[in-house]
Design a protein around this ligand. Structure first.
Ligand code: ADP
Ligand code: MG
Length: 897
């Protein structure tokens, strides 16, 4: 108990998993909390200060599962192990306590077990540090490490871009000084994803120690090779590495060379835009109908993580994007290569995560095998790539991948193959993972363990030969152990020299004499301890293999990253081929010309539902100078397109598809369009009016305006802005006025490329006044007072909103839509004279107060009227027309009766 209390006191704020044999036991308040969170039995064990000690326990073989539940329940867990064998402790005395200590703190941001992690998503631990006297509006330095893979990213963001960065990184845990965590603007975004926020002392953010630790971890004397780090970044790195050291109790993690994240290299996408475009999860929270789900054809977890990372941070550099597109294009053309590579990668284990566990001394034999199999797949893929490089050679990106795939010491894979069984067990401590034939000693020891009978038979034969006594036998009983038995009559030579020197007499029985030899006693000892020794030898071999892997850690990190990259490129090629995507043209112009564009997610959804095919649409925005050219369909290229059309016509789909095509193009993917020419976009904004945000306690209209303000303040001439029904959340005239002013501002001040969808058809007048605004509309057909959506964008504006027709489609009761029609007519008639909305409403006769209300209920339709409505004079031959006339008269006569 003294040991427990001491360890418990040293690890405040954590549940203590206290190892006792095959269980982790929890005591006192920990036990109460864990029993409730896990729904396991709370018992008691012994007494402390006269009171019962509450206790519960989890078996070690199910510890991962319980850990996962505790961590997601917001707990932190300190894992305390036995550091010696109980037998060793007994040697110190019968009362000696087994040495124990905490080997690891488990927190949401420091997980390494597959059972606790999502294979397809990274799990970052992010340290945040406010840049002192930073840029205008403030800046924050972020350092993020996924200790399950060693993925490491560092950068500074302006405070205004912080939310977008946090949503992109989606860290499992954030650490910061509590002053920063107390900032409401920061806390709001950290808390929103259920992320853990752990306050750490401000002293952790020490840039000098950060620099020192980083150099030590990367084993370099100078950081210049990784780019320049600001003092604030180093401070964040310092806290990050310190926290890792504390939670991993000094064990060294894998650390890949830091990736620089920063506004200059990336297409910046803020948090609401990420949500509204449903990049990695849909607004309802699942990941099924996201862009990521629609284009993810990767075959490994690391490949999926790489794809998600590219999707989360598209690039801005034309050359870098071009290099990725070259790779995707090459794999798209070379179908056999693509299929072969994907086959080689399928079922390849997660090399990065296996290595990270090995580095932290919590690897299993399976992790060793994962390195072996990862290297096998890497060699196979490298060979495939090299074999496919024709006269033109491989595209640069693929050539680099091939090189990195083959960058590890060539002896490692054969070593692991020789040493490990094909399918090793999960637990290291039980042994059984070293292959037969790898070590002569181990084989002999195992033979002894498994074949004691055979070994003894061999000894028996040997002694028979030496003594010339055929009847000599090796026997075993519980008192003597192994011994030799010779019939009494034949024993004489053995009792005299020279044989008596080697064969010591032990017992004389009625008809037999028993002997032993030194060799027999030793062999017996060896058999008894063989099992233990075989196990110990395997542990030693494990350690040797793990250190061989550790020696190649840097190169293996590159192999793992290259495997992820090739899976990602091949997957993008696969989706391009399957879905008929084309290679976008990117340059530094401000053009945005999409021909025959489609929405990648809606397109697949429509196909899955075997509904009507998706209708492709053009979008031509020109940044600088509107060209005089006019598309055949009357769509005028302009910097800002005002998209009008009734609800359900396809406006939102059209807007988003153009934003998604931009994201895809700049991440280095082919795009769903017949052709796409995009001048690099620096920031992408997308807002949908009146998005409900009750969870964050702000009115929808307030949210809409806050977000619109964000856009107007940040959009540059290089940005692409998508505004969908902004101004919907307030009264009509307010909303119209705001929408009007926003369009003007985008046109005059931001000068960005923009798509603005609105059901205020009144806004179309703006196109006449602002030279770089053009009207387009979603084509609809009216047919018998109903509307049909063609989902086709064409030039011009909608003349009206068709709200009542849509309401009809939606199944609003007939009296309501009919009455709405009457009100609308009245409103439209008096629109010109009425300046005062209130007065107009006053004038409207009330629904119920109308003189006689024959519309309620609907009168029975007249048969004549119905028959008339069914006729289409254009379709009738003269003869049919005459017949119809007779029929109508007849009907009329009948009705009168
Ligand atoms: P709006 O924003 O104008 O109200 P939406 O963009 O939400 O309309 O589209 C409504 C529905 O119409 C979508 O859910 C989709 O099923 C269908 N749709 C939209 N655009 C197309 C298209 N180009 N081709 C086929 N169906 C489409
Ligand atoms: Mg819409």
């Amino acid at each position: 108990m003294a040991q427990f209390l001491e360890i418990k006191a040293a690890n405040p704020g954590c549940l203590l998993f206290y190892r006792m044999g095959d269980f982790y036991e929890l005591f006192f308040d920990d036990a109460v909390a864990a029993a409730e969170a896990l729904g396991i039995v709370l018992t008691k064990r012994g007494k402390h200060l006269g009171a019962d000690i509450p206790m519960c326990g989890v078996p070690i073989h199910r510890a991962d599962e319980y850990l996962r539940r505790l961590i997601s329940g917001g707990f932190r867990v300190a894992v305390c192990e036995q550091l010696e064998d109980p037998a060793e402790a007994r040697k110190r005395g019968s009362k000696a306590v087994v040495r124990r200590d905490v080997v690891r703190l488990v927190t949401p941001g420091t997980l390494t077990e597959d059972g606790l992690l999502d294979a397809k998503a990274p799990n970052y631990l992010t340290a945040m540090f406010r840049v002192p006297k930073g840029r205008e509006g403030g800046a924050i330095a972020l350092a993020s490490l996924d200790i399950s893979t060693g993925e490491f990213e560092v950068g500074e963001v302006a405070a205004a871009d912080f939310a977008g960065e946090i949503v992109r990184l989606a860290p499992g845990e954030v650490i910061a000084a509590d002053t920063l965590l107390a900032d409401a603007d920061i806390a709001k975004w950290i808390g929103s994803g259920g992320r853990a926020a752990t306050p750490v002392p401000a002293a952790y953010f020490d840039s000098l120690s950060g620099e020192r630790q980083l150099k030590a971890q990367l084993e370099v004397a100078d950081l210049a090779a990784f780019g320049a780090f600001s003092r604030s970044e180093l401070a964040a790195i310092g806290a990050l590495l310190k926290y890792v050291e504390l939670t991993q109790i000094g064990r060294k993690t894998c650390l890949r060379p830091p990736r620089r994240s920063g506004p200059s290299a990336q297409l910046i996408i803020d948090a609401p835009t990420r949500a509204s475009l449903e990049l990695v999860r849909s607004t309802s929270g699942d990941s099924k109908s996201s862009l990521l789900a629609a284009i993810d054809r990767t075959v490994t977890g690391p490949g999926a993580r790489e794809l998600a990372s590219r999707l989360g941070s598209p690039l801005r550099d034309v050359r870098a994007i071009g290099a990725r597109l070259d790779a995707v294009g090459f794999l798209r053309e070379n179908e056999t290569l693509r299929e072969d590579v994907r086959r080689a990668l399928r079922h390849t284990p997660d090399l990065a995560r296996a290595m990270a566990r090995l580095a932290l001394h919590r690897g299993s034999p399976r992790d060793l095998a994962a390195v072996r199999d990862g290297l096998t797949a890497a060699q196979a893929s490298a060979q495939l790539l090299r074999g496919a490089s024709g006269s033109m050679g491989l595209p640069e990106a693929l050539a680099q991948i091939a090189e990195r795939l083959a960058g590890c010491d060539a002896a490692l894979q054969p070593l692991l193959s020789r040493a490990l069984v094909d399918d090793p067990p999960h637990l290291r401590r039980d042994g059984g993972f070293v292959r037969q034939g790898y070590g002569a000693d181990l084989d002999a020891t195992r033979a002894l363990r498994d074949d004691s009978r055979k070994v003894m038979a061999a000894l028996e034969a040997k002694y028979q030969l030496e003594t010339g006594i055929k009847a000599l036998k090796v026997r075993h009983n519980n008192i003597l152990g192994y011994y030799l038995e010779v019939p009494a009559g034949a024993s004489k030579p053995m009792l005299a020299p020279p044989l008596a020197d080697a064969f010591r007499h032990r017992q004389t029985m009625a008809g037999a004499v028993r002997f032993t030899t030194q060799e027999l006693a030793e062999t017996e000892g060896r058999i008894v301890s063989a099992a233990e020794r075989a196990l110990a030898m395997e542990q030693e071999i494990f350690a040797e293999l793990a250190s061989a892997i550790a020696a190649e850690q840097r190169a293996l990190g590159e192999v793992a990253a290259a495997l992820a990259a090739i899976d990602c490129e091949a997957a993008l090629a696969e989706v391009a081929a399957q879905e008929g995507y084309t290679r976008p043209v990117l340059d530094d112009s401000t053009t945005f010309e999409i021909r025959g564009g489609r929405h990648p997610v809606v397109e697949q959804a429509l196909r899955a539902a075997s509904a009507a095919a998706f209708i492709e649409n053009d979008c031509v925005l020109v940044g600088s100078r509107p060209e005089p050219c006019q598309s055949p369909d009357g769509m005028r290229p302009a910097r800002l397109w005002l998209v009008t059309g009734p609800n359900m016509a396809g406006k939102s789909t059209f807007l988003r598809q153009n934003a998604l095509i931009t994201v895809m193009a700049q991440m280095g993917s082919f795009v769903p369009a017949r052709s796409a020419h995009i001048g690099i976009v620096d920031r992408l904004f997308s807002r949908v009016g009146a998005a409900d945000d009750l969870a964050r306690g702000r009115s929808t209209f307030m949210v809409e305006m806050v977000e619109t303000a964000g856009i107007l303040n940040q959009a540059t001439e290089r940005s692409l802005v998508i505004l969908d029904e902004i101004g919907r959340g307030t009264a009509t005239f307010d909303g119209l006025a705001i929408a009007w002013a926003v369009v003007e501002y985008l046109h005059e001040a931001s000068k960005c490329r923009a798509l603005f969808a609105t059901h205020y058809h009144e806004l179309t007048a703006l196109a006449g006044r602002l030279p770089e605004v053009a009207n387009v509309t979603m084509e609809v057909r009216e047919w018998k007072d109903e509307i049909v959506f063609l989902h086709k964008v064409k030039g011009g504006g909608a003349d009206r909103s068709y709200g009542i027709q849509v309401a009809k489609l939606a199944g609003l009761p007939k009296p309501v839509t009919k009455r709405a029609g009457e009100v609308l007519t009245l409103l439209e008639k008096s629109d010109s004279k009425a300046t005062d909305g209130a007065a107009l409403i006053e004038e409207l006769p009330l629904f119920a107060a109308r003189p006689a209300s024959p519309a309620l209920p609907e009168p029975a339709p007249s048969p004549v009227g119905e028959a008339l409505a069914a006729l289409n004079p254009d379709d009738l031959t003269p003869k049919a027309a005459l017949e119809a006339l007779y029929k109508l008269k007849e009907l009329a006569a009948k009705t009168r009766d």
